[in-house]
Structure formats: structure tokens, C-alpha cells
Design a protein around this ligand. Structure first.
Ligand SMILES: *Cc1c(COP(=O)(O)O)cnc(C)c1O
Length: 434
């Protein structure tokens, strides 16, 4: 094959013949756009259009695309070594990043395990919990979680995803059976009713001797429904698990690093989990990187008994380029005053999305931090809606009845206003056409 650049048509042809996309089919193609380059909040398509990004490439691109400082961090590291094995070696980027993570995460999480994606960070967390009990001489393998959660696509992660909207039916013979409490009903900013945690507390009590860990997404259930629940639910879960000595795993792969208005969503309830999963937001959308943090107690227990080591070690563990970018991203969050960036996003999203409430077909509009959600009465058809968003100059990717946005933190008031206006116009157009 020649080294000539491929034309847009050639790219699309090769893609359609050979490349899988997320949750996609080779038989019925969803619309696909060739993106050529991106800068700040703008995505430039090969067809010539420029779109305002509302997705941060699935929560990740906090500082926008093609950021000079992050580019410099990656380039400087690549000039030294793009990668080196982590068995027997350590390096500055990993040390620098780990120090930032320990300093900024909820108190008491002092041990960091690096891996390559969110799902793997969840697998690592679940293995830590099982090995923790093994070290204490107990066999405990079941996980307790809440319905409508999402924790990734690998097997163990899949087993703690929502049993209905997740992949449980398809893979039921192959995945571990877990325990599912009812989804919390009390809203983030609503009235707290203690009964909300009854289902959870009952399962915890009944199965106490079998449960290796509780895993949940703190405050924001993302992919499972973009639901914002009450901090007291999280407090109750923390108190009950602590009282029984059961590790609590907080999956902050989507919510970490400021997205909900607090640096970590756990802070809304002022709790520290025993194990914390980070991913997506960690490396600012540059390279694939994840981390699983744990308490000294979890780490020391695991290492105190046979086999004396934690049994996991991915090839690309602690990838220096990814760590260098992630460390720089955290420094940028602090330099840019992320808290006021996210507050501005929240205000602009509240203002910009408010008019959607008056449109028939919209069930609810909700905003938390840098997350805006427009929940529809009916599922939206990607085949029609995605090209419509593109025509209106914005990039959103709805799923089911949910149209949601989590724009890069660097978005200006004007960017958000244009994003919301594009959404409003698409809503009017598509609902009229329906
Ligand atoms: C996306 C996500 C994951 C999985 O991360 P991947 O990098 O896609 O494997 C796990 N948990 C939560 C909460 C997520 O949002």
C-alpha cells in the first residue's frame, strides 16, 4: 500500500469493510464521520465542517483537544522513552502522577495500581477485594452493587453492570452472578428519605458473609441512565460497609477530576472509599490510562498472606507517556482553577438547556457540574439525530432516551450557548419531523 494520505472516501470504504465501532454492526451502518483534526473545543471533519464538541470524547478531554502543554508533555516524554516495562523499573512520570493522585484523592488512599483502561481498573479493584478476603482466610467472591450502574465491558466489570440494560441476558451463562440493590430514588438535590437505602441494606445484611465488596458509581450513574442521586445514600452505604468491614469500591472513572463540581464525587458525601477506580478523565483524553487506588489496610492485608503479592501486571502498566500527560493534566486543572471552570459550565448549561423544558417530547432537563442531560419521552434514533446534530454544528452522541453533554472545561460561555442552541434547534426539527 502506498504511503499517500487516504481520501475521505477511501477511509470510509476501508472502515465499512473492516473496522468494528463501539456497539455497532456491519449490517446496518450508523452514520460515520471522518474527523481530520481537533483543536480546543472544535472538531474539524474531513468534509469541511467544524463542530463544537459536547462530549469531551466520552468524559475524557477535559482541557480540550490538541492542548499545547499536554502535547509538550507527551513529546518531551517520547523524546526520552515512549514506554518501558514496569516490572523492575520505575520512572519520574509514574512517581509524579502517583504523588498527585495520593495528594488529591480522598484521604487514606495511598497505594496506586496503574493499568490501561477503565474496565481493567474495575477488574483490578474486584480482584483486590477478592484477594483481600483470601488473605484473611475467607473465600468471598460476590459483589453487591446497585441497579442501573455501568462499570465497563470486560467480564467481571460486565457482571456488575445493570442486569437489564447491561449485557446479562446475552452473556448470562458466562458472567458471575452478583447482587443488585434497587436504584436510589432520591435525587441529588431532592428530599432525602432513609427508606431509599433499604434494599441495599437488606442485601448487605442477608449476604454479609459472601460479599467481597460493594461497587458503585458515586453520585452520578453515567452510562446506565445519567442519574444523579442523593449524597446521603452514599453516606449510608459507606457507614454500613465500614461497620461490616466490607470494602467499598468507588468507580470514579467518569466523575473524577471535577466533572460533578467536586474534584471527586465522593466528596459530595464526604466519604473515603477503600478502593477508587480512575480512568477516562485521568489522562485528559490523550492516551489510554487508568488507576486503581486503595487504602493502606487493603494493600497491607493483600501483601501479608500467600501469595504475598497482588496478582496482576499489565504489559503497558504505568506507561510513561500516558503518566506524563496525566500528571500535566492534573497540574493544569489546578492552574486553571477547575472549580470555577466547572461552576461556569454549570451556570451556562442551566441557562442554555432551560428552553428545552418547554418542548413537547422532553421529559426532563437536569444539570450537575459540567454534565447536562435532556431526557426524552422516546428513544432517539441515532441514524437521524447524529447527522442532524452535525448539520447544526455540534457533536453529541445520545443513547436511548438520553441526550447528554459534558463539554471540555475550557469551553467558553459562548461555546456552551452555541452547543445548547444547536441542540434546541435539532430537538425542534427532529420532533417536528417525527
Ligand atoms: C467508561 C466507564 C468504565 C469503563 O472504562 P473503559 O475505559 O471504557 O474500559 C467504567 N466505569 C465507568 C463509571 C465508566 O464511565
Amino acid at each position: 500500500m502506498s504511503t499517500q494520505p487516504l481520501s475521505m472516501q477511501e477511509i470510509l470504504r476501508i472502515d465499512q469493510q473492516h473496522i468494528w465501532h463501539p456497539y455497532a454492526s456491519f449490517q446496518s451502518h450508523n452514520p460515520l464521520f471522518v474527523v481530520d483534526r481537533a483543536e480546543g473545543v472544535h472538531l474539524h471533519l474531513a468534509s469541511g465542517e467544524t463542530l463544537i464538541d459536547g462530549m469531551s470524547s466520552w468524559w475524557s478531554t477535559l482541557h480540550g483537544y490538541n492542548h499545547p502543554e499536554l502535547n509538550a508533555a507527551a513529546q518531551a516524554q517520547m523524546g526520552k522513552m515512549a514506554h518501558v516495562m514496569f516490572g523492575g523499573f520505575t520512572h519520574e512520570p509514574a512517581a509524579r502522577l502517583a504523588a498527585h493522585l495520593v495528594r488529591l484523592s480522598p484521604d487514606g488512599l495511598n497505594k496506586v495500581f496503574f493499568s490501561d483502561s477503565g474496565s481493567v481498573a474495575v477488574e483490578v479493584a474486584l480482584k483486590m477485594a477478592i484477594q483481600y478476603w483470601h488473605a484473611k482466610g475467607q473465600t468471598r467472591t460476590r459483589m453487591l452493587t446497585i441497579k442501573r450502574g455501568y462499570h465497563g465491558d470486560t467480564f467481571a466489570a460486565m457482571s456488575v453492570c445493570d442486569p437489564v440494560t447491561g449485557m446479562h441476558t446475552l452473556f448470562s451463562e458466562a458472567i458471575m452472578p452478583q447482587l443488585f440493590a434497587e436504584q436510589p430514588r432520591c435525587r441529588f438535590d431532592g428530599h432525602w428519605d432513609e427508606k431509599d437505602a433499604d434494599s441495599f441494606l437488606q442485601l448487605l445484611e442477608t449476604h454479609e458473609q459472601d460479599i467481597a465488596a460493594v461497587i458503585l458509581e458515586p453520585i452520578v450513574q453515567g452510562t446506565g441512565g445519567m442519574h444523579f442521586y442523593h449524597p446521603n445514600y452514599l453516606k449510608t452505604v459507606r457507614e454500613a460497609t465500614e461497620a461490616r468491614g466490607i470494602p467499598l469500591i468507588a468507580d470514579e472513572i467518569a466523575t473524577g477530576f471535577g466533572r460533578t463540581g467536586r474534584l471527586f464525587a465522593c466528596e459530595h458525601a464526604d466519604i473515603t472509599p477503600d478502593i477508587l477506580c480512575l480512568g477516562k478523565t485521568l489522562s485528559a483524553g490523550y492516551l489510554t490510562l487508568a488507576a486503581t487506588l486503595c487504602s493502606d489496610t487493603v494493600a497491607e492485608t493483600i501483601c501479608s498472606a500467600e501469595p504475598g503479592v497482588f496478582m496482576h501486571g499489565p504489559t503497558f502498566m504505568g506507561n510513561p507517556t500516558a503518566c506524563a500527560v496525566a500528571a500535566r493534566s492534573i497540574e493544569l486543572l489546578e492552574e486553571h482553577h477547575w472549580a470555577s471552570q466547572v461552576q461556569n459550565l454549570e451556570r451556562a448549561l442551566q441557562r442554555g438547556l432551560a428552553p428545552c423544558r418547554d418542548i413537547a417530547g422532553v421529559r426532563e432537563v437536569r444539570v450537575l457540574g459540567g454534565i447536562g442531560v435532556v431526557e426524552m419521552d422516546e428513544p432517539v434514533d441515532l441514524k437521524l439525530w447524529q447527522p442532524a446534530f452535525v448539520r447544526h454544528g455540534i457533536w453529541l452522541r445520545p443513547f436511548g432516551r438520553l441526550i447528554y453533554m459534558m463539554p471540555p472545561y475550557i469551553s467558553t460561555e459562548d461555546d456552551i450557548a452555541r452547543l445548547c442552541e444547536g441542540l434546541l434547534n435539532t430537538l425542534k426539527e427532529q420532533l417536528r419531523a417525527a
